[in-house]
Write a protein that binds this ligand. Structure first.
Ligand code: UD1
Length: 422
C-alpha cells in the first residue's frame, strides 16, 4: 500500500484549484438511472470513489464513459439489464445505496446490498428505507440485501425524517421525481450537494421546490430526459486546503472557493486568527504571524460546521494557543485520528463525542496510520506543520476523496511525496 511522506516546516505560498465535489458527483451519477436519455457531468473529480460508482453503474447495464482526463463523465442508462447492486462493489462505498431510489422509481424493482464505507460509526440506512416505504415501496431484507419492489410504481407521500440525513434526502428526492403525485420531504438536508442534485434533476425535467431549505416538495413526472450539468465545487476539499496555510503559515489562494459553501467554517478560522479574503478567482487564506487562537467547534448539518472538516480542524487546533473543545454531533465514532495525532505529540482527551485539545508549541513527525478519508488528510496537514518527517500509511482512504494531493500541496512549496508500495 502507498504511503505519503511529509517533511514539515515549509510555509505555503501559491494557488490550489478546487475540484468538483466528490459527494455531489456520487449522487449526481446515480441520477442517470432515472432516465433513458444521456446525462453528462462536467467538472467531475478524479477519485477512486468515482471509479467505484462507475463500476457499480456499469454493472447495472449503464454506459459510462469518462473524457478530458476524467473531468467529464458521460452516462446513458437506456439499456439497464441488471437491477442488483452487488455486495462486492457496494461494500467499498456507502454511497452505493444511492442507486436504490432511482432504480426503484424507474423500473419498480431493485436489489441493493447493505453498504460498508468509512468505519466512522454504525451508519445504518434505515432512513433511506423508511423514505421509500412512505412512497409505497415494499421492502424485504434478505442475505444482506434490500429487495425493493413498487408494483405499479412509487406514489407520492410525506417523508418526515427524525433527524437530518444527506444520503436519505438524496435517495428520497431522486425517487420522488418519478413517483405519481406529490411528495413532501420534511426535515430534509440542506447541504450544497442536495441543492446541486435538485438543479440537475430540474434540468432533466423534474419538478422540485425548496432545495436548500428543510422542506422539499416534488411533483412527480412520467419521465425525465437527458441533461448536462457541472458538478458544484468540493467545499470539503476547499476547507481542507484552507487549513494548509493556516497550519504552516503563508498565503494560499483557493481557485473556485466560495464562502457561501463554507460560512460556519470561515467563522471559526476567523476566530482562530486566520484571514479569509474573497478574490476574483476564489478565496485567499493568510496566517498572520504567531500561534492560532484556540476555538470551540461543534459539528452540525449544513449550514453548520461540517463533520467532514472536524479531523482537519483538530489538526490545526493541536498547535493553538490554549484549549479547544471539539464536539462531534453527526457520527458517534469519528475521533480515530486523535490517537494518531497524539503520536505526533498532540494533547487530546476524548470522552464520547467530545475531544478536548490542548495546544502544544510544535508537533513532531512520526509514522501514523490513516483510518478513514478525512482522518488521513488531517494527518497530512499535521505533518506539514510538524518538526521532521511524518509518514502516513494506508493512504488508499485518501485517494477515495482527494485528487493529486501531493501535486496540489507540492505546488505551494510543501515537501510531500508518495512512496509507491513495492
Ligand atoms: C454524507 C456524506 C459524508 C458526510 C455526511 C454528513 C456522501 C457520499 N457522504 O454521508 O461525507 O460525512 O453526509 O454530512 O455524501 N443515519 C441513520 N440512518 C440512515 C442514514 C443515516 O441513522 O438511514 C445516521 C448516520 O449514521 C449519521 C447521521 O445519520 O449518524 C447522518 O448521516 P448522513 O447525513 O446520512 O450521512 P451520509 O449521507 O452517509
Amino acid at each position: 500500500m502507498d504511503s505519503i511522506v511529509v517533511t514539515g516546516g515549509a510555509k505555503l505560498h501559491g494557488q490550489i484549484p478546487i475540484a468538483g465535489a466528490k459527494n455531489a458527483c456520487l449522487t449526481l451519477m446515480p441520477a442517470t438511472l432515472l432516465s433513458d436519455e444521456p446525462l453528462t457531468l462536467t467538472n467531475a473529480p478524479r477519485l477512486s470513489d468515482i471509479k467505484t460508482m462507475t463500476t457499480l453503474l456499469q454493472s447495472l447495464g449503464a454506459e459510462v464513459t469518462t473524457m478530458q482526463d476524467g473531468q467529464v463523465i458521460a452516462m446513458s442508462s437506456h439499456a439497464l439489464n441488471n437491477h442488483t447492486a452487488d455486495y462486492d462493489i457496494v461494500r467499498k462505498m456507502r454511497a452505493s445505496i444511492l442507486v436504490l431510489g432511482p432504480m426503484l422509481a424507474r423500473d419498480g424493482h431493485a436489489v441493493v446490498s447493505l453498504p460498508g464505507g468509512c468505519a466512522i460509526g454504525a451508519r445504518p440506512v434505515d432512513l433511506h428505507l423508511k423514505a421509500l416505504e412512505a412512497m409505497g415501496a415494499e421492502l424485504e431484507l434478505k442475505d444482506g440485501y434490500v429487495h425493493a419492489t413498487a408494483k405499479g410504481g412509487l406514489k407520492g407521500g410525506t417523508v418526515e425524517f427524525p433527524f437530518v440525513s444527506v444520503g436519505a434526502t438524496e435517495n428520497a428526492l431522486m425517487a420522488a421525481t418519478l413517483a405519481k403525485g406529490t411528495t413532501v420531504i420534511k426535515n430534509a438536508a440542506r447541504e450544497p450537494e442536495i441543492v446541486d442534485l435538485a438543479h440537475c434533476l430540474r434540468k432533466m425535467g423534474a419538478q422540485i421546490e425548496g432545495e436548500g431549505t428543510s422542506t422539499l416538495t416534488i411533483q412527480g413526472v412520467d419521465r425525465l430526459h437527458g441533461a448536462t450539468h457541472p458538478v458544484v465545487i468540493d467545499r470539503i476539499e476547499l476547507g481542507t486546503y484552507m487549513l494548509a496555510p493556516a497550519i504552516t503559515g503563508g498565503t494560499v489562494e483557493l481557485l473556485g472557493g466560495r464562502i457561501d459553501l463554507i460560512g460556519a467554517f470561515c467563522e471559526k478560522l476567523d476566530a482562530a486568527g486566520i484571514s479569509v479574503e474573497e478574490t476574483d478567482a476564489g478565496l485567499k487564506i493568510t496566517r498572520k504571524n504567531g500561534r492560532v487562537n484556540a476555538v470551540d467547534v461543534a459539528t452540525e448539518p449544513f449550514p453548520g460546521f461540517p463533520t467532514d472538516l472536524q479531523a482537519q480542524m483538530m489538526a490545526l487546533l493541536c498547535t493553538a494557543d490554549g484549549t479547544s473543545v471539539l464536539e462531534e454531533k453527526i457520527f458517534e465514532n469519528r475521533f480515530m485520528h486523535a490517537p494518531e495525532l497524539m503520536r505526533m505529540g498532540a494533547q487530546i482527551d476524548v470522552h464520547g463525542g467530545t475531544a478536548t485539545v490542548t495546544g502544544v508549541e510544535r508537533l513532531k513527525g512520526a509514522p501514523v496510520m490513516a483510518t478513514d478519508l478525512r482522518a488521513s488528510v488531517s494527518l497530512i496537514l499535521a505533518g506539514l506543520a510538524a518538526e521532521g518527517e511524518t509518514v502516513v500509511n494506508r493512504v488508499y482512504h485518501l485517494d477515495r476523496g482527494y485528487e493529486r494531493v501531493e501535486e496540489k500541496l507540492g505546488a505551494c512549496g510543501a515537501k510531500i511525496e508518495r512512496i509507491q508500495a513495492a
